[in-house]
Structures are given as structure tokens and as C-alpha cells.
Design a protein around this ligand. Structure first.
Ligand SMILES: NC(=O)c1ccc[n+]([C@@H]2O[C@H](COP(=O)([O-])OP(=O)(O)OC[C@H]3O[C@@H](n4cnc5c(N)ncnc54)[C@H](OP(=O)(O)O)[C@@H]3O)[C@@H](O)[C@H]2O)c1
Length: 302
């Protein structure tokens, strides 16, 4: 019988990738959690035969219990809300509501939690998108849940979103990721789902472990060169932005993101490309990803 996996954040980027990867494996039945079943991403998931949708809210314990009923496993990702001044407390409370509900579900054999290291604890700098996840991770361990913590780096796909190259003139674009000369880890969002699917197929091997996954580790200068090689005449370069400059950009959560980049540049994040390849040998390098997304890259740099 197929194992039921409850996927939190199934309408979003990370949870969506996990839900799609699991839905393509007949060993699993996906229970996709959302507060809004009419969401387009959720409707697209329903195209897979083995996906059921459940309405649940991490602020509502009863709805979470229903979402976990009879499940073999769950993928848990919590979301930071930069518009909320109490974002860290709110996200931590939501994660703990899920964790406590997990504790009360004896059928649950494997929880995969999307975690982060927190710069607040190491450097005293706030990065709200990480701080709550570190706290939830620590509490889940204390509760001795059958958990694998998966630490996920910045997604390549952010280059189409908030980290999109900035146009200087008709032929020149600049990347404003403030990492100086320090290489940073990245991964394709779509590969996150496949790595998580494979971890669910080997519960005994991965339970109570932490995996800091990565598809590639490279400097911003090298990223710019890879992008340039796909652009026929247009050039992308590293703008060499500083953290202080990044903090003032009109980007949602700019200060939190700048603090996180600073943290990544100064403190080893434990990400491991070769360990990731052992779980999923086809994890995309940045070069692979650029070639695959060449049409989109050309469109955003035109
Ligand atoms: N993008 C990256 O490069 C990256 C890398 C590593 C880690 N992260 C972190 O991963 C987290 C998720 O990122 P994402 O890009 O997947 O976010 P996203 O696309 O914005 O999705 C957020 C998800 O959270 C769900 N959600 C929010 N509040 C909820 C609640 N009260 N109860 C139940 N579900 C709730 C939403 O579901 P509904 O609205 O459908 O209910 C949605 O599916 C973020 O905190 C981010 O910082 C991101």
C-alpha cells in the first residue's frame, strides 16, 4: 500500500517541488496541505492521480491533526512573514504546533523538516527567515521526533525573482548578491523535491540526521560568467555589492537577506555538494541549470 506523506507548503516553492516529486512515485500518496484549495498551484497538483488536498492552517492544531491522520511521513516547511513584526514568534509557534501534533501521531515514522542555521545565534544578527527554523529544529530534536533536518541553500530560481540581474545598459547586466569573493551554495528548487523524495525512501538511513544539501558552490563572479555564456553577446557581471548597500535595497526583507548573506560569507554553512550527489546524483550544477533555463535567462536579460 502507498505510504501517505503529508506535505506542508504544497502550494509554495519548496513544498510544491516536494509534492510533485512524491506524486511521481507510486510508492507514495501525497496529502497536500493548504489554507486555500482553490490556489492555482494546488489545482495543478490535482492533475496527479495520487494527490489529495487537505485544508489546514498551522495556527489551528485540530486541522493539523486531521492532515497527519494515518500518514507515514510529513515534509514540514514553515514560512517567514516579513510583513509581520512578530514573524519569528509566529513562525516558531506554527512550527511547534505541527511538531506537537507529529508527536501525538504514532503512525508517523519520518518527518523531514526544512531547516536553516540562524545568524542571530552565531553573529547576533537577525535573519527572520532562518531564526524560527533553527528554534523549531532544536525543539523537534528535544522531542526526539523521527526527523531528518534538511538545510536548503538559496535557490537558483531566485535569479528570476528578487535576485534578478539589474540592467545597466542594452548589453550589460549586474548581479547584486553581496558575497564578495566567497563561494556560496545554491540548488535548483526542483531538485529539492527529488532529494526529499529519496530521503523518504530510506527512512532508516536518514532518520535523526541533518543533511545540508547543495547543487553547486560558486562565487558570484562565476555565476555571472556562466550566465553570460548563455546570453549571446549580452554580459552579466558581479556588481560587488556590499551588505550595507544590500540592506537598503527596496526588496522585501532586504535587511534579513543581507544579514544572511553576511553569515554565509563568514561562517561555514555545512553544505555538501558531494553528499547531496550521493542521495541524488543528478542534482543540477549551476552550469546545467543555466543551459536548461537559457530561454528564460535570455528573456530576463534582453
Ligand atoms: N527561496 C529560497 O531560496 C529558499 C531557500 C531556503 C529556504 N527558504 C525558506 O523556505 C521557506 C518557504 O519558502 P517557499 O519559497 O517555499 O515559500 P512560498 O512559496 O511563499 O510558500 C509558503 C507556503 O507556506 C504555506 N503557509 C504559510 N502560512 C501557513 C499557515 N499558517 N498554515 C499552513 N501553511 C502555511 C503556504 O500555503 P497556503 O498559502 O497555500 O496555505 C505556502 O504553500 C521560507 O521561509 C524561505 O525563507 C527559501
Amino acid at each position: 500500500m502507498a505510504k501517505v506523506i503529508t506535505v506542508f507548503g504544497a502550494s509554495g516553492n519548496q513544498g510544491g517541488s516536494v509534492a510533485r516529486a512524491l506524486a511521481q512515485d507510486s510508492q507514495f500518496k501525497v496529502r497536500a496541505v493548504t489554507r486555500n484549495p482553490t490556489n492555482e498551484n494546488i489545482k495543478n497538483l490535482c492533475g496527479y492521480g495520487n494527490v489529495e488536498v487537505i485544508r489546514a492552517d498551522a495556527n489551528d492544531r485540530k486541522s493539523i491533526e486531521a492532515a497527519l491522520q494515518g500518514a507515514y511521513g510529513t515534509f514540514v516547511v514553515t514560512a517567514a512573514d516579513f510583513n509581520d513584526r512578530n514573524s519569528v514568534k509566529k513562525e516558531t509557534d506554527q512550527g511547534m504546533t505541527i511538531a506537537k501534533a507529529c508527536k501525538d501521531h504514532p503512525t508517523l515514522k519520518h518527518i523531514i523538516f526544512s531547516t536553516q542555521l540562524s545568524p542571530r545565534e552565531v553573529l547576533g544578527q537577525e535573519a527572520r527567515q532562518c531564526d524560527a527554523k533553527t528554534e523549531i529544529d532544536r525543539n523537534m530534536r528535544k522531542m526526539n521526533l523521527p526527523m531528518t533536518a534538511v538545510e536548503i541553500p538559496c535557490n537558483y530560481e531566485r535569479l528570476f525573482e528578487d535576485l534578478r540581474p539589474d540592467q545597466v545598459d542594452v548589453d550589460h547586466f549586474r548581479l547584486y548578491i553581496p558575497m564578495g569573493q566567497v563561494p556560496m551554495d545554491f540548488i535548483s528548487r526542483e531538485d529539492v523535491g527529488e532529494v526529499v523524495r529519496r530521503i523518504f525512501t530510506q527512512t532508516e538511513k536518514f532518520v535523526h540526521k541533518t543533511l545540508a544539501i547543495s547543487g553547486d558552490k560558486l562565487t558570484v563572479k562565476r555565476m555571472a560568467e556562466e550566465m553570460t555564456s548563455c546570453l549571446y553577446g549580452k554580459q552579466v557581471f558581479d556588481r560587488q555589492m556590499t551588505y550595507a548597500e544590500f540592506r537598503d535595497l527596496p526588496i522585501h526583507g532586504a535587511r534579513d537577506l543581507a544579514n544572511h548573506f553576511d553569515f554565509c560569507a563568514r561562517v561555514d554553512q555545512r553544505f555538501n555538494v558531494s553528499a547531496t550527489k550521493e542521495v541524488f546524483p543528478y542534482v543540477r550544477t549551476f552550469s546545467d541549470w543555466c543551459r536548461e533555463k537559457q530561454n528564460i535567462l535570455q528573456r530576463i536579460c534582453s
